[in-house]
Design a protein around this ligand. Structure first.
Ligand SMILES: [Zn+2]
Length: 53
């Protein structure tokens, strides 16, 4: 997968790379590596059922 002009340093094209630690983008022009944000774990608040009716 390619990201055109996505490099914040040189505005070069970046491509998606993945290794055992996760995915990251690497610039093909200057070699800058940018981590992909891991999806945040959404914690759902537990609602206590009210017994008072
Ligand atoms: Zn670059």
């Amino acid at each position: 997968m390619l990201y055109f002009k996505a490099c914040p340093k040189c505005l070069g094209d970046m491509h998606l790379t993945e290794d055992m630690y996760g995915a990251y983008k690497e610039c093909m022009q200057c070699g800058l590596i940018q981590d992909i944000e891991a999806p945040k774990i959404v914690q759902v608040p537990v609602r206590k059922a009210s017994k008072a009716a």
